[in-house]
Ligand binder design. Structure first.
Ligand code: NAP
Length: 280
């Protein structure tokens, strides 16, 4: 597994991490085994949220990481409707309880909402001072949202922006990604397999991925994940409900694509023209 510096934190974080959305719908033992297999193989960046399964997924994650909390770069998210100053503090306490931990490595605002950003940031800063979170960031922030954040004094303390990024959705490459890179924010790409809509083997793009994969003794999904983290600021968090899927995804951590491979994928999945940030 490759690790790289996560924004302005002093942590090196696995480039391929683990998502957990909808994990409560999987067989519980399988979901826990998937997360633990992922940890065994170095996918120590675990992404969750109070939203997922209305807290049920944080309970599953808590069970999966029990006894090995120090291995994990644990991320959770506050819902925008809870992200007032007091609401954020309370939401964090609930997440910590469900995750059975004393701290989060990073705490995110899930998407921009109705509460003043200043209040959410003030809560994040307070949580950080208390040691309940080691860092904080945002999610689904377009350039305008990031600009608004930058105008808040402590806004510069954000360490990442988690955004939609997969082969068929590359809009962040136009504006969001350059903005984050210029200011040292990590970019965490979510839904790297298009949330289950991975390019089919019979499509033109699918064939390109298969050819490149065969040349590396890898799989099309591993090639896709590696392509997504080709820039040094980017991380990705595929979600897997089985140990087999987790094992395959972790295999992308050591894959290396040539410049020619990357150019072929770039042509097969053009980034398109839209500059605005899509959300799932
Ligand atoms: P995803 O990771 O793009 O795709 C997940 C789907 O791919 C599942 O159906 C999974 O099946 C399947 N899969 C995973 N590994 C596989 C493999 N090796 N072979 C075949 N199929 C495989 O979708 P996602 O869950 O939407 O995104 C990933 C994570 O990003 C989420 O879980 C969440 O943590 C985060 N996220 C954040 C936001 C946000 O607003 N910040 C939004 C969406 C997602 P199985 O479940 O059967 O393994």
């Amino acid at each position: 597994m490759e690790y790289r510096r996560f924004g302005s934190t002093k942590r090196d974080v696995a480039v391929i991490g683990q998502g957990t959305w909808h994990l409560e719908q999987a067989d519980r033992a399988s979901a826990i085994a998937a997360l633990q297999t992922g940890l065994d193989l170095g996918m120590t960046h675990v992404d969750t949220a109070e939203l997922y399964g209305s807290g049920e997924v944080e309970l599953i994650v808590g069970e999966a990481i029990a006894g090995r909390r120090h291995e994990v770069f644990l991320v959770s998210k506050v819902l925008p409707q809870n992200a007032s100053r007091r609401g954020t503090l309370a939401a964090c306490e609930r997440s910590l309880r469900r995750l059975k931990t004393d701290w989060l490595d990073c705490y995110l605002l899930h998407w921009p909402g109705e509460h003043p950003l200043e209040d959410t940031v003030a809560a994040f800063e307070a949580l950080q001072q208390e040691g309940k979170i080691a860092s904080w960031g945002v999610s689904n922030f377009d350039v305008g949202d990031l600009e608004a954040l930058a105008l808040i004094g402590a806004g510069a303390h954000a360490v990442c922006n988690q955004v939609l990024y997969h082969l068929k959705q590359r809009a962040i490459e136009h504006a969001v990604l350059p903005w984050c890179e210029a200011r040292g924010l990590a970019v965490v790409g979510y839904s790297p397999f298009g949330s289950g809509r991975f390019p089919g083997a019979r499509t033109e793009g699918g064939r390109v991925l298969a050819e490149i994969a065969a040349a590396h003794g890898a799989t099309p999904r591993q090639v896709a994940l590696r392509f997504l983290v080709r820039r040094p600021s980017v991380f990705t968090i595929p979600k897997a409900s089985t140990p087999e899927h987790a094992r395959e995804n972790a295999g992308a951590g050591d894959l290396r694509l040539s410049d020619e491979d990357i150019a072929r994928i770039d042509r097969a999945f053009p980034r398109g023209r839209s500059r605005s940030l899509p959300v799932l």
